[in-house]
Write a protein that binds this ligand. Structure first.
Ligand code: ADP
Ligand code: GN1
Ligand code: MG
Length: 343
């Protein structure tokens, strides 16, 4: 998955530094786009997750945030990632035995469970003691700023790809105005800042057969909006197909999954204000547009941020996101009605 390769010796010496001296197998793991993740098997049978964190993050802020967030959750008895060692840029987590994640949902119950898990996560962090968590990446979900970065990448056109994405650039152009809605409301104080996860895609919650779950990928847990968390659930958990499905006829947002998300989220997110509830349905479209813009920007910039498996992968992902946006736009009235029914 990653564009970077590692020698076995390098990984073994990193593990030895963490006191893990008997690895029997070290292999690439999961389908995350950002960090380099390995599953480590040992002679004693204990398994670990070894990760090299991306250079795109402020690593000192990241380490401090992760230790504070996991420490707080653990102290409250909420099952979370167990940090066994952390020496930038490497860290080791206990392997979550008995839990698994999916990339695409296959039944509404999974969507309901994931939404409840992320709402409970936000609840559990609401009383994290001061100081505020710092952003590992500033303006992470700021759609206006993401469009500015897209404009810059298109102007620079370092790979000569701009001409081939005229339709995608026009798609963004047609939505510039609505892209500002949430950032503007937050700046005016009309939508509150909360501690949020900021990367609520479905494979960032691990589930066990008994229905218990663990929210993982805590890298972007920082001040944000609950709407961004809900929106990213809609992007990934209401999708009928994978994020990089090439056959766009298979790509759409499923109403029954959306409804399950709303049900699961509103059952637990009792903290939501009226303004937040009024923007829940819109947030799905907005975040999906934003992530599509980020894939397109990375495509224009030469695929430097997201891991890609083949040439053009980021453009495929962008097109999938924009198809999802269109699907949500077409169902907008029904989605608004679903939210009103549960709110
Ligand atoms: P990225 O930021 O690149 O998405 P993640 O932290 O989400 O990295 O990890 C990538 C994948 O590795 C996850 O989607 C999950 O499948 C798996 N994973 C991560 N942490 C653990 C863990 N502690 N136990 C088991 N699997 C894990
Ligand atoms: C990345 O880390 P991962 O693969 O769970 C990205 C998200 C995007 C997502 C798109 C830190 O998530 O913001 O929505 O890819 N994470 C970061 O699949 O940029
Ligand atoms: Mg992840």
């Amino acid at each position: 998955m990653s564009n970077r390769t590692y020698e076995d010796d390098e990984l073994r010496s990193v593990l030895a530094g963490f006191g893990i001296k008997d690895p029997t197998d070290i292999s690439r793991y999961g389908s995350g786009h950002i960090n380099d993740t390995f599953k480590v098997e040992t002679g004693a049978g204990t398994r670990y997750i070894l990760q090299r964190v991306t250079d795109a993050f402020d690593k000192d802020i990241l380490k401090s945030n992760i230790l504070r967030v996991t420490g707080h959750l653990k102290a409250k008895g909420v099952k979370t990632l167990e940090v066994l060692g952390y020496e930038n840029p490497w860290r080791v987590y206990a392997f979550l035995e008995g839990y698994s994640s999916v990339d695409v949902i296959s039944e509404p119950a999974q969507a309901e469970l994931a939404a409840g898990a992320f709402a409970a996560f936000q609840n559990a962090l609401a009383d994290l003691p001061e100081p505020k968590l710092l952003p590992v990446i500033p303006r992470f979900h700021d759609t206006v700023d993401r469009i500015r970065l897209l404009d810059e990448a298109a102007a620079a056109d370092v790979k000569g790809r701009k001409a081939s994405v005229a339709a995608e650039l026009a798609f963004v152009d047609a939505r510039r105005e609505e892209a500002a809605r949430i950032v503007t409301m937050m700046a005016k104080g009309e939508i509150p800042e909360r501690i949020t996860h900021n990367d609520t895609k479905i494979n960032n919650v691990m589930m066990a057969p008994d229905g218990s779950n663990v929210v993982i990928d805590l890298d972007t847990t920082m001040p944000g909006s609950a709407l961004y968390d809900f929106g990213d659930m809609v992007r990934t958990s209401s999708a009928a197909a994978a994020e990089d499905e090439k056959d766009l006829s298979k790509v759409y947002s499923k109403k029954e999954y959306f409804e399950a998300l709303v049900r699961g989220y509103l059952a637990q997110a009792k903290f939501l204000t009226e303004a937040e509830k009024e923007n829940l349905a819109f947030s799905g479209r907005l975040i999906t547009l934003t992530i599509g813009i980020r894939f397109l920007t990375d495509y224009l910039a030469g695929d430097t941020y997201f891991h890609t498996a083949y040439d053009g992968h980021n453009l495929v992902r962008c097109r999938t996101q924009f198809k999802m946006v269109e699907s949500m736009e077409a169902q907008s009235a029904e989605y608004e009605a679903i939210v009103r029914r549960y709110a």
